[in-house]
Design a protein around this ligand. Structure first.
Ligand code: ADP
Length: 600
């Protein structure tokens, strides 16, 4: 075998061995390389995210060969879910999302992006509010009132929350806007919304407008910036304060060694398009934003305000509100019912009062009628009664005339005559006064009465006729009776009726000689008055109708007396009844109650 051929064979063998060893080595390292997933917030779409952060991922892959780094572009909700599920190891996101993840899942920043071409390299995150560049366009936050504002998402940091804070500070509540138009990612959709007329203004992250102009997608004078701020050396137009740039953060569960290696690698990365990773920055300004807006980790603060409290406990407030509404309706209903019932009752009471008044008038008229009736029956007796004093007066006057004619003008005798005249005239006057007061139309008047005195007065009024008819009176009055409250004239009327009936029953009757008995006595809480005659008594038929109105057995009778008597007695709270006497004749009884004051 020629030496050259041996050498060639040996070289081929060595090459094969080397290739084999290389393959074994590559396979071994590939098997060893663990996959490390880096989630990236793709606010401008996956492609843009890849373009922005691919250099970082490639750099990590190059410097940490034991690991295989993969980029996972996600939206806000996707990142939150991935962190919660621990399906990723690192996350590159905006400062707002980072602060939220930090408080919720213990995500920690390892490095912050910086832009070397900025005056403040790490403070680059802010927002730009744009409006179509027309004359008279809105120039301040206050002038956004009434406009529709396009935002990429209401939970986007640079896309909305940063501007929300500025508007809040400028005193423009979001409720003053005509509305927020959510376009969704990528953020270029905000421009499209304004162009299509869906919105009047829009919110972009800082420098997006300049990027778009540089790429020729937006004409330089197409949009104007609202409430523009100036930070010397900052290359873009913007409307808000600036916040630290995006952090590169690790999850709580990511291995510390890997995190350390990744941090070291990031800090050594060369700037790409002027952007590189630097030491992790202070994100307290982002916390301040959240605290002011009471969102994210500070959402609980919203609950300390009344509206927040209502929002958090809306179901309780709804229940209470419904309860309140029910109660108001209930109260209003009850009130209406009560008012209606009161009106009905008032009307009923008025009607009853009217009916009572009518009844009282009828009764008064009937009483009056009855009294006139009694008077009519007694007329001849009364005339006789008056005749006596008149005759006596005549006698006195004639006697005195004779004495004067005879020249006997003895003053003592003339004084006796004049006194006699005066006494008789007084007696006649009393009789007339009694009759007048008895007949006079009058109102019921209750007063404290000595019933014995009332009986005596009535007998005085009635006694003349009775005595003249030859019927004797037997009067037994209980001396120890207390006074009672009653209407004097009404009680007299009852007594006169009973006496007249007694007298009528005895006219032409053999029992008349035994006379009429009148008595008063106390019985428990009442005073009982009885008028006993020795007349005809009652037949069963008369007894059955005794108190019926217009029932009479007398040719000139009215049949009203006893029914009126009963009404009067009962209106005093007493009772009127009749008992046939075994020994002949009838007793009419009536009671009058003693009130507690009376019986003392
Ligand atoms: P009047 O006296 O006008 O008839 P009353 O109502 O006073 O009306 O009496 C009704 C009737 O009762 C009398 O007509 C009489 O028949 C009967 N009556 C009343 N009192 C007596 C009495 N003391 N004895 C017998 N009958 C009487």
């Amino acid at each position: 075998m020629p030496a050259a051929s041996v050498y060639a064979n040996f070289a081929a063998m060595i090459r094969s061995l080397f290739i084999f060893a290389l393959i074994v080595y590559l396979l071994a390292t590939a098997a060893e390389a663990r996959e490390v997933k880096i989630a990236v917030l793709a606010f401008q779409g996956s492609e843009r995210a890849a373009r922005d952060f691919e250099p970082t991922v490639a750099h990590l892959g190059r410097t940490l060969r034991a690991h295989h780094f993969t980029m996972v572009p996600l939206d806000l909700a996707g990142i939150s879910k991935a962190v919660e599920a621990r399906s990723i190891d690192f996350v590159i996101t905006n400062p707002g999302e980072y602060v939220d993840l930090e408080s919720r899942f213990g995500v920690t920043r390892l490095a912050t992006l910086e832009s070397r071409d900025h005056a403040v390299p790490t403070d680059t995150v802010g927002s730009t509010v744009i409006v179509p560049n027309r004359p008279g366009h809105a120039a301040t936050f206050a002038e956004l009132a009434g406009l529709r504002l396009a935002v990429v998402a209401t939970d986007a940091f640079g896309g909305w929350q940063v501007i929300w804070r500025e508007m809040d500070e400028a005193g423009i509540a979001t409720s003053k806007l005509a509305g927020l138009v959510e376009t969704g990612f990528p953020m270029e959709k905000v421009l499209a919304a304004i162009r299509s007329g869906q919105a009047d203004a829009g919110v972009l992250r800082t420098c997006l407008l300049e990027d778009e102009i540089a790429d020729g997608r937006v004409k330089p004078d197409e949009f104007a910036v609202v409430a523009e701020r100036a930070v010397p050396g900052f290359p873009c137009q913007f409307s808000s304060r600036l916040y630290p740039d995006w952090p590169f953060a690790r999850l709580a569960g990511t291995s510390p060694d890997l995190a350390k290696a990744v941090t070291a690698s990031l800090l050594t990365m060369m700037p790409v398009e002027g952007r590189a990773w630097t030491a992790p920055q202070d994100y307290t300004s982002v916390h301040a934003l959240f605290r002011q807006l009471r969102i994210g980790p500070y959402e609980y603060l919203a609950h300390s305000t009344l509206i927040g409290l209502v929002r958090a406990n809306w179901h309780w407030f709804l229940t209470a509100g419904l309860g309140l509404v029910w109660w108001i309706i209930h109260v209003a209903r009850v009130e209406t019912l009560v008012r209606r019932r009161t009106t009905e009752l008032t009307r009923e009471i008025q009607e009853r009062e009217k009916a009572e008044q009518t009844a009282r008038l009828h009764r008064e008229e009937r009483d009056q009628f009855s009294r006139l009736g009694i008077l009519g029956e007694m007329a001849s007796n009364i005339a006789h009664e008056l005749n006596q004093p008149l005759a006596a007066i005549t006698n006195y006057a004639e006697g005195m005339t004779r004495l004067i004619d005879a020249g006997r003008t003895d003053p003592a005798m003339l004084r006796d005559g004049a006194r006699g005249i005066a006494g008789q005239a007084e007696r006649a006057g009393v009789i007339i006064r009694r009759i007048r007061s008895f007949v006079r139309r009058r109102e019921v008047r209750r007063e404290s009465l000595d019933i014995n005195e009332v009986v005596r007065e009535t007998l005085f009024l009635f006694g003349g006729p009775a005595g003249r008819s030859g019927v004797p009176f037997h009067v037994h009055l209980d001396a120890g009776l207390p006074s009672l409250t009653a209407d004097r004239i009404e009680i007299e009327q009852v007594l006169l009726n009973l006496l007249q009936n007694a007298l009528d029953a005895m006219v032409g009757h053999e029992g008349r000689g035994r006379g009429i008995g009148v008595s008063t006595a106390r019985s428990d809480d009442t005073v009982k008055i009885a008028v006993r005659d020795h007349g005809t008594g009652l037949t069963p038929e008369v007894e059955a109708h005794l108190f019926d109105t217009f029932f009479t057995t007398k040719p000139q009778g009215l049949g009203l007396g006893l029914s009126i008597c009963r009404t009067i007695v009962e209106s005093h709270g007493g009772r009127l009844w009749a008992t046939n006497e075994v020994t002949g004749g009838l007793t009419m009884h009536f009671t009058l109650p003693l009130s507690p004051e009376d019986s003392r």
